[in-house]
Structures are given as structure tokens and as C-alpha cells.
Design a protein around this ligand. Structure first.
Ligand code: EPU
Length: 342
């Protein structure tokens, strides 16, 4: 079986916000040959599909008239290795956390800080997922994708992906041009130096008296920290951080710090600073606040949650109210990290 088709598909369980959206058609593809068959049947000439991964970073505002293409290509395999490094090639449809756990079990270093990030492996490079001091680009080797306009396969190496903070070429110039099929990561078998630079991670390890953390210690710590701060989408619908942390000129941070000397800031490129959006949203009074079926998470103001029964429009309107009040209070423009699908 290379693909399946469901007419009028309910996507409630295919998006982590749990929005009850209906897609005119859902096509689930299990292999590259499935994509090729679809292409030969003229699918990509006739349709403009929405590509779905794990549905953990999308806000579906309404029912989708376009067909939805869910990429379920699986498999984790060793592509190459030497004494020190190992290249792991993974199907785009594998669950990201499953890959992290697979690597940690074998003591391969590099992605332990990225534990518990919801979503699929194929979606990871699109927004260059990152957490606790590590971003995907640091371990990314290459990806394979299917160019459905030209019916060819293509490989992108790291330097061709234009990675930035929660950003890549696949979110910009190449949006809707390629379907990612496989991702290859370069992990460490030997001489791995765990990254414990992130404040919350270092503090957690110190509290537990872990002096020289190994891959498993960092993984356990990240899992514990995330569980304490971020809601489990199985229990409370959410899409992780709703907005990006804004990167602003130092002068803006200085202006805010006149009224709020405690405002946090982290260095960013070009002499700018990153201010945690969660801090701005909390100061604007939104943390833990519930409006109808929608709310802001009580332990992390950057996460918008569906308390049950919310629609995409409601979530979107809530987000826009937050954006407006942060703008009015601090003069800082929040930009969604979540992909808003019209
Ligand atoms: N903060 C508050 N109030 C809040 C939340 C945060 O004041 O309600 C302040 C605190 O000063 C805290 C700081 O913000 O020290 C940073 O908070 P946290 O460590 O939770 O990280 P974040 O900047 O809010 C980012 C990522 C997360 C990632 C964590 C850990 C973005 C948009 N988000 O959040 O990624 O897990 O760092 O590295 O960059 C995601 O992308 O979906 C995601 C969850």
C-alpha cells in the first residue's frame, strides 16, 4: 500500500490544538513510490495540497477545501559511520521524539536537548526546531525531498537550507515547492560534549547534583523541565510556543528596562537582543487567563491552549488580542511561530 484516501476527513486528532476541522480529502502517503504514483496520476497538476506532518505547529482556521497530504514515510537507519560520527537517515513521517529516544538509547549525542518536541522528523528542518540551547541545524546533514513540479528527487545540504531562528528556506522562498521525504542527521558516537548552557537546564542538573551529565542525563532533565512547563497536547490542546521570541534593537530593550528593570534579554545576531515573548505576555496580564474556550497556559504564557471546544477562529482572535496588547504596552510586534492556515 503506497497511499490511502479518505473523503471528508476529520482532522481533530491530526492537529495538536485539537481543532475540529474537516478536509475535503485526506491522502496519507507511506512511501516515496506513493508520491511518485500520485504524481504520475496527475495529482499535483490538478491539486494544490496542504502538506501535513505531525500537526503540532499549525492553526487550522477553517475547513480545508484543498486536499491534505499527510506524509507517513517511516524508518530509521544508519546511513554511514566512522569512529566518531554516525549519520542517521529517518523517514519524514517518523515521530521526532521517537528518533530522539532511539538516539539516546544508543548513546548517540546531539539531539538529547530536543526531547519531547511534538511533530514529525520531516517538519523539523522547516522551522529549524530548537530548545534548551540546541537547534536542529547544529546536527543537520541533509534532507531529501520530492519536487512535485518537476517530478524529481532533490537533496539539500545544510548550507543550502538557509537556517535561522525558527526559520529556513522551506518556510520562505521554497514554501509549497517540495515534500520532504527523508532527513539525515550527524550525531556523535564519541567525544560528544553535552550542551548544558541553557539556564533552566543547568539549574536543573545542579539541583540534582549531576556533575558530568551524559546524553541520558540531559535527555531526562529536558523531559522533566518540559513536562513541568508545557502542557501535554493529549490532555490540553496546544501548539507549543504560539509566537516567536522577538528580536529587537538594544535601544528597545533599554527603553522597556526603564519601567521594568528585570526584563530578560538574550544576545542575538547583529548586536540585537531576544526578549522572551512569554515574559511580555505575562506582564501584559495574559498568563493563565481563560476567555471562553481559549486560554493562555498557567505555567508558560507563550502557549495558547484549547480548553475544549474552541474553533480555529477563536484561537486566532485570542492570539491577535495578545499581540495587540503587547504592542500597546511595549511597542513590540509579536509574530506567530505557529503556521496559520487560512
Ligand atoms: N518567561 C516569563 N513568563 C512566562 C514564560 C517565560 O517571564 O510565562 C520568561 C522567563 O524569564 C524565562 C524566559 O521567559 O526565563 C524563557 O522561558 P522558557 O525557558 O520557557 O523559554 P521560551 O523562550 O519561552 C523557547 C522556545 C521553546 C523552547 C524553550 C526552551 C521559542 C518561541 N520558544 O521558549 O520552544 O522549548 O525556549 O529552549 O523560541 C516551541 O518552539 O514551540 C517551543 C516550545
Amino acid at each position: 500500500m503506497t497511499y490511502t484516501i479518505t473523503e471528508k476527513a476529520d482532522l481533530t486528532h491530526l492537529n495538536t490544538l485539537g481543532l475540529p476541522v474537516i478536509a475535503s480529502r485526506l491522502i496519507e502517503v507511506f512511501s516515496l513510490s506513493g508520491l511518485i504514483t500520485l504524481s504520475e496520476e496527475g495529482f499535483f497538476r490538478k491539486e494544490n495540497p496542504f502538506i501535513l506532518g505531525g500537526g503540532s505547529n499549525i492553526l487550522l482556521k477553517r475547513d480545508l477545501k484543498r486536499p491534505v497530504l499527510k506524509i507517513s514515510i517511516t524508518g530509521i537507519r544508519v546511513a554511514e559511520e566512522n569512529d566518531e560520527d554516525i549519520l542517521i537517515e529517518t523517514g519524514a513521517g517518523e515521530n521526532w521524539h521517537k528518533l530522539v529516544a532511539w538516539a539516546v538509547e544508543r548513546n548517540y549525542g546531539g539531539i538529547e536537548n530536543l526531547a519531547l518536541i511534538p511533530g514529525t522528523v520531516g517538519a523539523a528542518p522547516i522551522q529549524n526546531i530548537g530548545a534548551y540551547g540546541v537547534e536542529l541545524e547544529q546536527v543537520f546533514e541533509s534532507l531529501q525531498c520530492y519536487d512535485f513540479l518537476n517530478d524529481t528527487e532533490k537533496t539539500f545540504r545544510r548550507e543550502e537550507c538557509g537556517f535561522g531562528y525558527r526559520d529556513s528556506i522551506f518556510k520562505r522562498e521554497l514554501k509549497h515547492r517540495f515534500i520532504i521525504t527523508y532527513v539525515t542527521l550527524r550525531l556523535k558516537k564519541k567525544n560528544h560534549i553535552p550542551n548544558t548552557s541553557y539556564h533552566a537546564l543547568a539549574a536543573y542538573l545542579e539541583e540534582k547534583n549531576v556533575i558530568n551529565p551524559n546524553v541520558g542525563d540531559v535527555f531526562d532533565a529536558v523531559v522533566a523541565i518540559r513536562r513541568s512547563k508545557l502542557p501535554d497536547p493529549e490532555l490540553l490542546g496546544n501548539a507549543g510556543s504560539f509566537f516567536k521570541n522577538p528580536v529587537v534593537d538594544k535601544s528597545i530593550h533599554q527603553r522597556i528596562s526603564k519601567d521594568y528593570p528585570e526584563v530578560p534579554a538574550y544576545p542575538a545576531a547583529f548586536g540585537q537582543v531576544k526578549i522572551p515573548a512569554g515574559w511580555l505576555i505575562e506582564k501584559a496580564g495574559w498568563k493563565g487567563r481563560k476567555v471562553g474556550n481559549v486560554g493562555t497556559y498557567e505555567n508558560q504564557a507563550l502557549v495558547i491552549v484549547n480548553h475544549g471546544g474552541a474553533t480555529g477562529e477563536e484561537i486566532y482572535n485570542h492570539a491577535m488580542r495578545i499581540k495587540e496588547s503587547v504592542k500597546n504596552m511595549f511597542g513590540v510586534e509579536l509574530v506567530p511561530e505557529v503556521n496559520v492556515v487560512e
